[in-house]
Design a protein around this ligand. Structure first.
Ligand code: SF4
Ligand code: SF4
Length: 380
């Protein structure tokens, strides 16, 4: 049976927001904050950045006015759903002195019903990637599990692409195809196509008593997304990347990028799939209380690989090489999926303008023929 597709006007969209609130969801969405679009709780759809768009390029992110007044005519900002589902700072254990003794207890993560209004296809792919790492590997992350269990996703398809986007080549966009409860297509600021992606999404849309959308709207959406994909200038060949990386451990391009890389870790902070954490113990000044915190870490920090006697990756070259290799090759070996969803955040938010697509292309361009010869020789 064909899925029902609904036609929502602006009032219908607000009703969807109200239904989610009535069902107990804390609704998050893109909002204007600190000169960027960030994910924050919404009090109403009026908090969405209507009439704003963004401009991105290597080391560049700008907010611009958009005369069309669209609610969703902007692309990924500095944060992602990772900020909420896999928070940068979480207390996992408390300790306090207690009448000459002390007691220790663990924080038990509590599920919070959160709806994310306006997620993009690449960010849904990033959630699927985090699921693989934090829920479906050897250990379950109980904080992520609690946050993820109660999450509801209202996706918005991308019908145009930013210059830094390359989700078409990673197969993760621009059209949202999975992991959503409802997907929206903003045809205009007053008219939306709404598609359910789960039973709870269907139930929420049924409550709106909205009219069905004309069948041709789905075809128009597919054509717009195809056009957005074709317009993307950047790309990564994920099929050849693991071989190219494996055969180029000593390529001079790593020295080239190391001269520019500041080891600031911005790329790992903004990346929606980077998941590494560290632990710190903090003690109060009166020595009565202590807590163990889990904090985001970055493979760009020297201490990230500290083991007894010192760090393993001492140079920026080794750290950048590790990061790119993990994203585009080692993830595939570890988790059976790419660690990059083509969102382009690391390109826009790298202060040195280092571009992951350019770096892998440099390796591919100079060594592709030799790499393929090497692969076929191995087979002889
Ligand atoms: S590596 Fe860069 S482009 Fe890929 S998912 Fe992370 S931030 Fe996005
Ligand atoms: S690649 Fe860019 S964002 Fe990442 S650590 Fe180096 S300078 Fe910072």
């Amino acid at each position: 049976m064909r899925k029902k597709l609904y036609r929502l006007d602006r009032a219908g969209l607000s009703s969807l927001f109200d239904v989610l609130k009535q069902e107990g969801y804390l609704v998050y969405g893109p909002t204007l904050c600190d000169h960027a679009i960030q994910w924050l709780p919404l009090s109403s759809l009026d908090d969405l950045p209507a009439g704003w768009t963004t401009s991105t390029a290597p080391a560049t992110y700008r907010l611009l006015r958009d005369s069309a007044g669209s609610l969703f005519h902007y692309w990924t900002g500095p944060d992602s759903l990772k900020k909420v589902l896999h928070p940068a700072r979480a207390c996992i254990t408390h300790a306090e002195r207690d009448n000459g003794s002390f007691r220790i207890w663990n924080e038990t993560p509590q599920p919070v019903k959160r709806a994310f209004f306006g997620t993009r296809a690449c960010d849904l792919a990033a959630v699927t990637a985090l699921d693989r790492v934090l829920l479906q590997d050897r250990f379950e992350d109980d904080i992520y599990k609690a946050n993820r269990a109660a999450a509801f996703f209202v996706a918005v398809h991308c019908t145009s692409s930013a210059p830094t986007c390359f989700c078409a080549s990673t197969g993760t966009g621009p059209q949202a195809r999975s992991c959503f409860d409802i997907a929206l297509h903003e045809r205009s600021p007053q008219e939306y196509l709404a598609e359910p992606g789960s039973a709870s999404g269907s139930a929420a849309l049924e409550k709106l008593a909205a009219p069905l959308a004309p069948p041709e709207w789905a075809k128009e959406l597919a054509e717009s997304c195809t056009h957005a994909a074709a317009a993307q200038q950047r790309r990564i060949d994920l099929n050849t990347a693991p071989v190219v990386i494996s055969l180029n451990f000593d390529h001079p391009r790593w020295d080239h990028v190391a001269k520019r890389c500041l080891s600031c870790g911005n790329c790992t902070s903004v990346c929606p799939t980077c998941f590494c954490v560290n632990f710190e113990d903090h003690t109060s000044l009166d020595l009565q209380q202590a807590e163990r915190l889990r904090l985001w870490d970055s493979c760009f920090s020297q201490n990230f690989t500290y083991i007894h006697g010192g760090s393993i990756r001492l140079s920026p070259k080794s750290r950048y090489r590790h990061w790119l290799s993990h994203k585009l090759a080692r993830w595939q070996e570890q988790f059976g999926t790419s660690g990059c969803v083509g969102c382009g955040r690391c390109i826009a938010w790298c202060p040195a303008g280092i571009d992951i697509t350019e770096e892998i292309a440099a390796l591919q361009t100079t060594t592709h023929a030799a790499a393929m010869t090497g692969v076929s020789n191995h087979g002889n």
